[in-house]
Write a protein that binds this ligand. Sequence first.
Ligand code: ACM
Length: 726
Amino acid sequence: MRLSASILGALVLALSVAAPARAVPVVPLPATVVPGEGAVAIRNGAVVSSSDAAVGAYFRDLVRRLAKLKLRSGAHGGIDFRRDASVAGAEAYVLDATRKGVVVRAGTREGLFYGAVTLAQLLSAGGPLAAVHIEDAPRFAWRGLMLDSARHFQSVATVKKLIDAMALHKLNVLQWHLTDDQGWRIEIKKYPRLTQIGAWRLDADGRRTGGFYTQAQIRDVVAYAKARAITVVPEIEMPGHAMAAIVAYPKLGSAEGAPSRVTVDWGILPYLYNTDDSTFAFLEDVLSEVMALFPGPYIHVGGDEAVKDQWKANPAIQARMHALGLKDENALQSWFVSRIGAFLAAHGRRMIGWDEILDGGIPNDAAIMSWRGTAGAIAAAKSGHDTVLSPAPVLYFDNRQGTATSEPPGRGTVVTLKDVYAFDPAPAELSPDERRHVMGLQANIWTEHIPTDAQVSVMAFPRAAAVAELGWSGAQVWDGFARRMAVMLERYRALGIGYSPSAFAVNADARLDPARTTATVALASQAGIGEIHLTLDGTAPTANAPSYGGPFQVKLPAMLKAAAFLDGRALTAPTTRKLDAPSLLRRDSRELKLCGNAIPLSLAGYGTTFLVDIVNPCWIYEKAHLDGLAHLEAGVAHLPYNFSIGTDRDKIALHPPRTKDGELEVHLDDCAGAPIAVLPLSAAAKGVTTIAAALPPLSGQHDLCFVFTQRSIDPLWVLNWVQLAP
Ligand code: ACM
């Protein structure tokens, strides 16, 4: 039988359209993928030739780690990387895999590097490489992550590990947040006290913490990044977020009486650099050393959250403002930042700053990083400034990725992988012409609540992969991305990249039925891909275990284990839930609802984590079946209130205590009215203390509200868990 030409045409078309998502499990998705005929086997000992030795070496190392394949270097390889000026585009490459071998061509070193990353990903699954023609180039020039090394200091090894992981995603900008109120992290030879004094603080628990990067270490990191096609953009904050520098050199400050030590408070502090010429001389000296270390075109000068109280209160600064003919402190900040921008421009660099630097007007060659939503980016682009989209909360990777208690601490707002992937980096408010000012996007890893190096990677990944795909291809087809991410997670595991499983892990919502002999269980995952298989006898679920078809009732006790499977393979370790009445009557603070959502934080302390809104510490245990319950226990703790939240602190509603040490109050339904139980805090020691109370006879299904009574918000009383019992 002969197929008609049109049917044949339709088949070929269908194959080439269907191919990218399944057959090319590459993240970020390449721009053009055309499947070819046949396949080529790449075996141990295969030869790699490269016109750029470093790219060849990087590729062989990556393939060894990803695919356990040992490739050799040689002059004429079955895998050949070649510079080819006919491939246009600063980051573009062309990859041809045929039955005869693989050729990667690019006009630039960066393009060749990206071709190597794509090919390594293609080989990571093992088996023969299907013939394919890929033509690829990024949508945006700025595909960034920001690492805050000021709030918590990370080792050089950790910074390099992050750079390595970025390279796997073709992310190409690492903004390095090196100075802030809580620490100065970059050695400046002319001003040694910046790191002798400014790099160290006493943490809330009295421990001396900190550290800084020597100039030699920074050179090493910058070179390491460059080898991976990544530019490091240093951020030196001004005029605010300057406390550590002012502690080191009090003459830089704007207020009488310099602070005596670097703060451990998070939030917005009042310390601003003053506007003296000697302070500009200091900043220019600092920036001169910074420019010598960071060869990239951009220097980030911060500019965010500079509350002007100290400038308003300082007569000399007010006199200068008036002498300059400036109408207010915003205009003074604009003058300040413009003066620094002119200095950078005179040295061949461009200034970039957070969107506040737009507030008082700014020269057009300054670029704007929009963090207060995308409004700053829209204003910037409309007024002719280049801009990078970095809006909170969606691109703020200090937010947690899910509600699971396995998530590390962070901000309490949940920003999932899917939320990040749904972000639109082409704001509809901009015309096509204005859109050309959008250089790209960046996610920020702020580390106030990320105390350990290991947590940095877990907060970054897999969400950074969504940033990479939006920045590279903008495909934004969730199902295809999620399926390719299942393969990416295997790469993370092979390379030892820490990541959160929350997007793909099964969430088990298990509710105790009123009689307390059965529970109703609903299973889901954020990603919604694959099929959920489960067991109830404690054995590990396989792809042959019963599959989940909808909420079900289970007789207690049982041990639930569930995971999502794709193509027969589990996407994550199984979620495990002990199903018995006591377990189902217990809630971790992260399983309670917060009464408000002003500043929700998932705070680390005493070896555990507390979900709390720090301006309204109040929790709700939802929909408890109360018939027959007679006891309540709670794990409580107090934490230092080291949050600088300005006048919001005065708005915190304190519930008056009955006794010196205060109480935990339990209210029925809402948080008003007389409490149904009052648990004195006098027994609470340092750490998490269990306190208990009897419950009055209650019936029906109700919310329970938990609030502390206290005279002062410091210390902050927090709930760690609640246990109801018959
Ligand atoms: C910022 O989050 N203050 C840029």
